[in-house]
Design a binder for this molecule. Structure first.
Ligand code: SF4
Length: 331
């Protein structure tokens, strides 16, 4: 896939930011057909009666200032990787990828992508939180930051800040293969690059526009070779009704052959979880979701066993929501 993603026809920019260095940089990189001034991003992003899925076919980009906080406590249904305190950040809202199971579909009524440019406020907030002790920060939470690094430079800006501090521990999660966009950076201890992985057969069905498994593995190997802390994420583990866990046996064989497992930092695993009502709403638009065997704990267990056998002696952080797989009640 073409990860520079220069497909935005429209860029909306808040008028107070239109001459800022970061807005001009992004506009210059993307060269959209139209740049439209607005007062506040909510005029576009918060419009009533929008169709997320329709907009997803051709989203616009919105450059804005965040006027509320950037850091939020990590939801209970996410892993904490052993940290007592963990947060996620919302520097960018929405994603250039189109995973059929993506939680963002239920979170926002707009699929337009908002980039908040006042990163200095975000970094101030991080410093204040660091005063209370170390924490884990999921930097790429409502988006895929590595996939858009070519035109945002956000990871570079945050790296410049983090390299002078030992806290917080930052995870940058991705389904992209765009490691080249940060290959000029020297690894630092408090950044973990985390790749979400799924068997290729399932990527075809559920993860539109993301990098192929082979391309993700190549990127992982490059990151490991460059000395980065690399985390592998098998979340969601997707068990198909028709195929069960067989797909995963082949998948882990491939991973064991192609990745230097001993150089991987740790592993995150989770079952497929989605709010039941939201699921019902989505099925008509995303019928492939019906192919998932949501509550098959036995298959999940077998896949987990496979993970333990593949990643011997690695720390494995697991999140399994019993009963529901729809996010109603945590284990
Ligand atoms: S990569 Fe993550 S944020 Fe992006 S569409 Fe897929 S699930 Fe959603």
């Amino acid at each position: 896939m073409k990860e520079s993603n220069l497909y935005f026809k429209h860029i909306y920019v808040e008028k107070d930011l239109k001459n800022s260095e970061s807005a001009l940089h992004i506009i210059e990189k993307i060269r959209p057909s139209f740049v439209i001034e607005i007062n506040n991003y909510l005029e576009i992003f918060g419009r009533k009666k929008q169709s997320f899925l329709l907009q997803k076919k051709s989203p616009s980009l919105i450059l804005a200032k965040k006027r509320s906080k950037f850091l939020y406590p990590n939801p209970i249904y996410c892993q904490d990787f052993g940290f007592e305190r963990s947060f996620y950040s919302s520097i960018v809202l929405n994603c250039i990828f189109d995973c059929k199971y993506c939680f963002l579909q239920g979170m926002y009524s707009s699929a337009n992508i908002v980039i908040f440019l006042n990163l200095e406020d975000f970094l101030d907030e991080i410093l204040k939180e660091c005063a209370r002790g170390n924490f884990l920060l999921f930097l790429s939470y409502n988006t895929d930051l590595l996939a858009i690094e070519n035109f945002t430079g956000i990871i570079h800006r945050i790296y410049d800040f983090l390299k002078d501090y030992r806290m917080p521990m930052v995870e940058i999660r991705t389904k992209s293969s765009n490691f080249s966009s940060i290959s000029d950076l020297k690894p630092i201890e408090n950044i973990i690059l985390a790749w979400s992985l799924l068997p290729q057969e399932l990527i075809y069905i559920f993860e539109d526009k993301t990098a192929s498994l082979a391309a993700r593995i190549d990127a992982i190997n490059k990151a490991i070779e460059s000395g980065w802390n690399v985390r592998l994420i098998f979340d969601p583990v997707i068990v198909l009704k028709e195929n069960k866990e067989k797909i995963y046996e082949k998948f882990f064989d491939e991973i064991a052959k192609r990745i230097s497992i001993e150089r991987v930092k740790d592993i995150g695993v989770g079952n497929f979880r989605m709010n039941k009502n939201f699921m019902k709403k989505l099925i008509s638009e995303r019928p492939d979701l019906l192919r998932i065997d949501f509550e098959n704990y036995l298959s999940f267990e077998k896949i987990l066993k496979n993970i333990r056998e593949t990643f011997v002696e690695k720390s494995i952080f697991i999140k399994y929501n019993f009963k529901n797989s729809y996010g109603e009640k945590d284990e």
